[in-house]
Design a binder for this molecule. Structure first.
Ligand SMILES: O=P(O)(O)OC[C@H]1O[C@H](OP(=O)(O)OP(=O)(O)O)[C@H](O)[C@@H]1O
Ligand SMILES: NC(=O)CC[C@H](N)C(=O)O
Ligand SMILES: [Mg+2]
Length: 510
């Protein structure tokens, strides 16, 4: 679930890279594996800095100062397809036609046929296993069809029409055409989020931003903003002091189904996506969860409610309020360890849970504890947490999840492993409780979770991860191919990164 960002400044003499760098920090929670910035300067020249690592490590002051230009895009990567190699860090670039850069959040589910199409029909070489590189080349191939000396907005919208026709999956993208424009577009189901905003400068000119979450827009004073609609695109001219952004509903909206998992885990609580406040959905999740818990546990069965930091805090606090039980920070979080779930391999994930969370014995000793988390996915966190609670002397450990049992792959931009690695795969609730070692597991129902998130205008969500039914469907052989590539990457005895990491644009100092 990557983070994407694009900014065009009215003042063409002002470098955009420092603001992109700062904005990336607001999106770090969406991808910790790789980070990249590309800018476009005078004479359409493109500058780029990208590679594996967190934004603060990749974007050193020295590198950022070399990124010239007033228009640029940024990407924070959490790998879904392909591998976590340096060479798959985004944005991606192709020189023809015109020079195009793309940063993609999401995942395509017809890559098998797209690869064949690239190879057999348009003869474009794809240098990595990344679906985002494929997507960029599909766009470039569509744009090339016009065979024009200079491109205009209509050509770009028409090329996007081709993209919408050819690709299937979840995608929100920001891109740049060298010397011409910044652009953004969103898939026809609005699975992945993308917002557009503007900021009025002192002299009355306007800067523009595209971002995955509203929190970046607000923090950077882009106070007038809105979500792009599913199937909608926007083109912001490079010289945005002189020209206005142009919006177009490129294809009709299919059905608006934001990914429910954004509200459960991915997005920051202070973001509002598609008009829905993430924070308030999480409060409601706490209320509903408590109502559910009251049905299955007696009033004296819980002494204390303990959240699993960080994401579950909002929900757990509200749950404790409704239950009328004390809320206690039973696990102290090491602020220097990032999100565990989006780490690229299981070994790192297991070791970081213990490094990240440490129990406060006094909150567990001799108590019946209700631990609340936002979700149980592979069970990496919950197994360790339950163990720590028991080691610390809890007499009973109940584990409540604000999301229903996760039994299916997430195919639109979350690397939810293959089904068999999900702790709830083919298991009843009792079996999950046994697997993570607790006395009882209580899941939120899907119906209740949807109730917590829906509004008057959006009452349907992408919920394939809970049901196995995906809004776009999946092409034959796709999941099989995904598992094959994953197994191939994991079978590598050494670190996969060193094996496949010889990208085209490696800098000597990486
Ligand atoms: O069952 P699992 O595979 O362990 O995955 C679920 C856990 O992973 C996430 O936490 P994470 O540490 O990634 O981030 P957070 O600090 O935002 O909660 C999520 O909030 C759950 O705690
Ligand atoms: N999480 C994402 O949005 C990932 C984007 C893209 N599929 C990649 O693997 O790089
Ligand atoms: Mg967590």
């Amino acid at each position: 679930m990557c983070g994407i960002l694009g900014i065009a400044l009215a003042d063409e003499t002002c470098p955009v890279a420092p603001e992109l760098c700062d904005g990336s920090i607001f999106l770090q929670h969406r991808g910790q594996d790789a980070a990249g910035i590309a800018t476009c300067g005078a004479r359409g020249r493109i500058y780029q800095c990208k590679g594996n690592g967190m934004a603060r490590d990749v974007f050193t002051q020295q590198r950022v100062s070399g990124l010239a230009g007033s228009m640029g895009i940024a990407h924070l990567r959490y790998p879904t397809a392909g591998s976590s190699a340096n060479s798959e860090a985004q944005p991606f670039y192709v020189n023809s036609p015109y020079g195009v850069m793309l940063a993609h959040n999401g995942n395509l589910v017809n890559t098998v046929s797209l690869q064949r199409y690239m190879d057999e029909e348009v003869h474009r070489h794809i240098n990595t296993d990344s679906d985002s590189e494929l997507l960029l080349n599909i766009f470039a191939a569509e744009l090339e069809k016009h065979n024009k000396y200079r491109v205009n907005n209509e050509d770009v919208f028409r090329a996007l029409e081709g993209v919408y026709r050819l690709v299937r999956g979840g995608y929100a993208c920001v891109g740049m055409l060298a010397g011409f424009a910044l652009f953004g577009f969103r898939d026809p189901n609005g699975i992945r989020p993308l917002l557009f905003g503007e900021r009025v400068n002192e002299n009355g000119t306007k800067d523009y931003m595209l971002a995955s979450e509203s929190v970046v827009l607000k923090a950077h004073n882009f106070t007038t903003y809105r979500d792009l609609k599913p199937g909608e695109a926007v083109i912001i001219p490079k010289n945005c002091e002189k020209g206005e952004p142009e919006f177009k509903q490129v294809v009709p909206m299919n059905s608006h189904r934001p990914d429910l998992f954004e509200y459960v885990y991915f997005a920051r609580p202070d973001s509002v996506l598609d008009g829905i406040s993430v924070y308030h959905t999480r409060l409601r999740m706490g209320t509903k969860l408590a109502e559910n818990i009251l049905k299955s546990l007696g009033p004296d069965e819980v002494d204390v409610v303990v959240p699993v930091p960080d994401t579950a805090r909002t929900c757990a606090l509200q749950c404790a309020n409704v239950l009328g039980k004390p809320y206690r920070e039973g696990f102290v979080k090491n602020r220097y360890v990032g999100r565990t779930f989006i780490m690229p391999n299981q070994k790192e994930r297991v070791s970081s849970v213990r490094r990240k969370l440490n129990p406060m014995e006094s909150e567990f000793h001799g108590k019946k504890v209700l631990i609340v988390d936002d979700s149980i996915v592979r069970g990496t966190t919950s197994k360790e947490i339950v163990n720590m609670a028991k080691e610390s002397g809890a007499t009973k450990v109940y584990f409540a999840s604000a999301a229903p049992a996760i039994r299916y792959n997430h195919i639109y931009g979350i690397d939810l492993t293959d089904n068999k690695n999900l702790i709830a795969y083919n298991k009843t609730e009792e079996e999950v409780a046994e697997a993570i070692g607790c006395d009882k597991v209580i899941y939120q129902s899907l119906e209740d979770l949807i109730d917590c998130c829906k509004t008057e205008s959006i009452d349907k969500f992408e919920v394939g991860v809970f049901t196995g039914n995906y809004v776009t469907g999946v092409e034959d052989g796709y999941l099989h191919e995904l598992e094959r590539v994953r197994a191939l990457n994991q079978s590598n005895k050494t670190d996969v990164k060193s094996e496949v990491d010889i990208g085209l644009y490696n800098a000597a100092d990486y």
